[in-house]
Design a protein around this ligand. Sequence first.
Ligand code: AMP
Length: 171
Amino acid sequence: MNLREKIRVIEDFPEAGIKFKDITTLLQDPQAYRYVIEQFKERYQDYEIDALVGIEARGFLMGAPLALELDKPFILARKEGKLPAEVVKAEYDLEYGSNVLEMHQDAFTPGDKILVVDDLLATGGTAKATCDLIQKLEGEVVELAFLLELAYLEGRKKLEAYDIYSIIIDE
Ligand code: AMP
């Protein structure tokens, strides 16, 4: 399946110069959406994984169905102020702006093997902050999984310590 053509590109959103990759068009196509989750499942079904972490918000749309397929716990990495229990925090820079991510302190047990899932790897700041949160809770990042990687933004440079898998890579 040609997944690239399922993802709409919006120029200059949310600000001038950004080519926004809009996955809502892919999500509206159940065959394409299922295909994405199946691609991830095929890769990870034989990995040793204790839990998956999805990054707000579109990482939830990739991570939650995959967690169910793999029959593993699903954990939320959320923007500041959204999670109700005790949290750990990490700050990060975006392709546009900066932000704080949080995760519940009791999200998993120290030593757990964690798969991180998001829709898109751009500059890598969001994914790095998520890995920092996992490290604070003494988890082990097994791999980072993305639907789409914008390789020209060199997100992998910030994530040299980690393994990365992207279904689609835009050079
Ligand atoms: P970054 O921290 O720069 O790797 O940005 C990754 C996060 O921001 C992901 O959660 C994406 O959903 C979102 N994002 C960044 N750049 C884009 C883009 N060009 N199109 C769509 N989403 C983006």
